[in-house]
Design a protein around this ligand. Sequence first.
Ligand code: FAD
Ligand code: UDP
Length: 389
Amino acid sequence: MSGKYLMVGAGLSGAVIGRCLAEAGHAVDVVDSRDHIGGNCHTKRDEKTDVMVHIYGPHIFHTDDEEVWDYVNRFERFMPYKNRVKTTSKNASGERGVFSLPINLHTINQFFGKTLNPEEAATFIAEEQADLSIEKPETFEEQALRFVGKDLYEAFFKGYTIKQWGMAPSELPASILKRLPVRFNYDDNYFFHKYQGMPENGYTSMIEKILDHENINVKLSTTFTREMSVHYDHVFYSGPLDGYFEYELGRLGYRTLDFERFTFEGDFQGCAVMNYGEEEVPYTRITEHKHFSPWESHAGSVCYREYSRAAEPADIPYYPIRQVKEKELLNAYVSLAETTSGVTFVGRLGTYRYLDMDVTIREALDTAKSFMSLQNSGQAAKPFFVSVI
Ligand code: FAD
Ligand code: UDP
């Protein structure tokens, strides 16, 4: 028996779940309060320069998940792309320079003015830099001091993290830094996943094709209200969890980003992403969008200077903070959600977690599958199919 379902949000979560249900013969409506599809992955060509701009910040696709890789390639051709990030900061003698990230042999040699080989560098970091007295690093700061030591930590992580998160690295969990490797060779690939690439015509083109199905109807500039639910058998909600409940228990904390856009005739910085490690430089990084499409050639350039701050109610929520305070509130919202029927909370905002695109797609595919199998066995759908806390 076919059903009628509503996807709140035309980002990756809404599009992928919607597509799975549509392919199974169900009728799917997708609403988004924005006037475009794609969610935060939205890309658009700049009219003047023709550069493909990542409107809500740079997005690089990387995954180890074969099924997810096949899924995205079914809709869009992925071009080879390796994320190679540079950072501007001061070296061990206090001179400003440009260094390679994630910390690798080139960074170490350049920063300390040495010519170490891999083994010598590993010994140097372990014996002269790392604070081995920290046995079980729990905070971001402890993790950095334990694995790279004070000098590299202060140059590349401390200032950047204070700007990015608005708090001391000693207040943040070690898990945030664990996302970045330290390498004792010259591999400067920011990610270590098997597959990495960039959609040839941007993410919006890919998501447009995912949504292009006869059973899917997309309505933009349409904000979800709970009254809409009565017209549907079930709602998949990828908006903010606290927003669904009209913030009745309070607001979950987020960091937001301000992008200061500027254009340049020529090549502004020679790479896609330049981080700024020093706390005195108010922005965290500058992205130059044409370098995300190295197979294209453009005379003009579009760049974003990126600033991070605490999100106010009217701001776009980007990064969930997930400190102790937020986790307590999250717990309360999860309990509320569990007593609410007819809705499943999905995606980055619906589950209040930082999710990469590949994980978002994996969870969307799994959610649709689990939902349909529960439906087929006559059981009620769940508010969450993943552990949120
Ligand atoms: P979203 O993309 O946020 O989509 C949710 C949609 O719901 C939005 O369009 C919103 O307008 C809509 N909505 C919300 N509330 C309502 C409502 N009440 N009514 C109607 N519509 C509503 N991932 C990577 O893999 N690689 C990267 O390099 C990468 N870089 C990132 C950089 C930044 C700055 C950020 C913030 C994220 C990055 N990500 C990256 C993560 C990526 O953006 C997410 O994985 C992805 O956007 C999650 O998709 P989603 O559909 O869950 O959420
Ligand atoms: N980070 C840093 N310096 C850098 C890049 C990253 O200190 O030049 C820290 C920062 O706290 C960031 C974390 O490492 O949140 C993880 O890095 P990643 O590139 O995954 O950042 P995100 O995707 O969170 O922006």
